[in-house]
Write a protein that binds this ligand. Structure first.
Ligand SMILES: *Cc1c(COP(=O)(O)O)cnc(C)c1O
Length: 237
């Protein structure tokens, strides 16, 4: 299988500066403090060397989608012990133990079974696992994520699980929807996030926005944008 196109270190640093600037500009346009928006660098399919390069530029939070691939990179980068690893891909229940043992955050919780397993499998020595409820906002056939109406029950379950900390909501709005439909989806997510905060005041994270919809996400209250392509270049798989 061909390796993903690898960028030179100067290109990576330039992309990083551009994305940071885009976040600043979008925050300003939305009348928001840029420091209230975290950048999660999505490094799936990219080599550990590219992660190390962004680390040198100052990036600390990285997101991965595939458990086995991620664990190899986490081990390779063990010396960079202040990297915060986020699992953002679809989670199969037979992989929860690996995720509970190697990650600080999980963005893709969409069923009770995952809550139970992660809570049991999270090593006490690591402290609570930060979790986000994945919301399927456009009712897509992809199935991942809960409907808006299912958020309260799953949230209550997470909030009562000792080794888990409920931090908020994650969503991947349909990129092919019309501009109008996109706006509506982002607005619904922003509303759901506020309602969740009313029930759970510790909730502080709306994980929303990718390379192509970062501005719209920040305009709708995103506190964490997940950026892959704009940082690392296109993926080949
Ligand atoms: C791959 C991925 C991203 C990054 O997408 P880009 O369009 O490359 O920025 C963000 N979030 C999730 C859940 C992903 O799987």
């Amino acid at each position: 299988m061909p390796r993903s196109t690898e960028l030179s270190s100067s290109a990576l640093h330039a992309h990083f500066a551009t994305v940071m600037q885009q976040i600043q500009d979008a925050a300003k346009a939305a009348n928001r403090d840029p420091d209230s928006i975290a950048l999660l660098a999505v490094s799936k399919t990219k080599p550990a060397s590219a992660i190390a390069e962004l680390y040198r530029a100052g990036q600390r939070q990285f997101g991965e989608n595939y458990v086995q691939e991620a664990i190899e990179k986490i081990q390779e980068l063990q010396a960079h012990d202040d990297i915060v690893w986020h699992f953002i891909g679809p989670l199969q229940s037979n992989k929860t133990k690996d995720v509970a043992e190697h990650f600080a955050w999980v963005h893709s919780i969409d069923r009770e079974k995952l809550v139970r397993r992660l809570a049991n499998q999270r090593p006490k020595t690591l402290g609570p696992l930060n979790v986000l409820i994945q919301v399927n906002i456009d009712d897509e056939a992809s199935k991942a994520g809960v409907n808006l109406t299912e958020i309260p029950e799953l949230a209550a379950s997470i909030a009562s699980a000792e080794q888990l900390k409920l931090r908020g909501i994650m969503a991947i709005p349909n990129p092919d929807a019309s501009a109008e439909q996109q706006k509506q989806s982002f607005a619904e997510l922003q509303k759901a996030y506020k309602e969740l905060q009313e029930q759970h005041p510790d909730v502080d994270t709306l994980s929303l926005g990718m390379s192509n919809d970062l501005q719209l996400a920040i305009a709708h209250g995103s506190t964490m944008v997940r950026i892959g392509t704009a940082l690392f270049g296109a993926r080949e798989k």
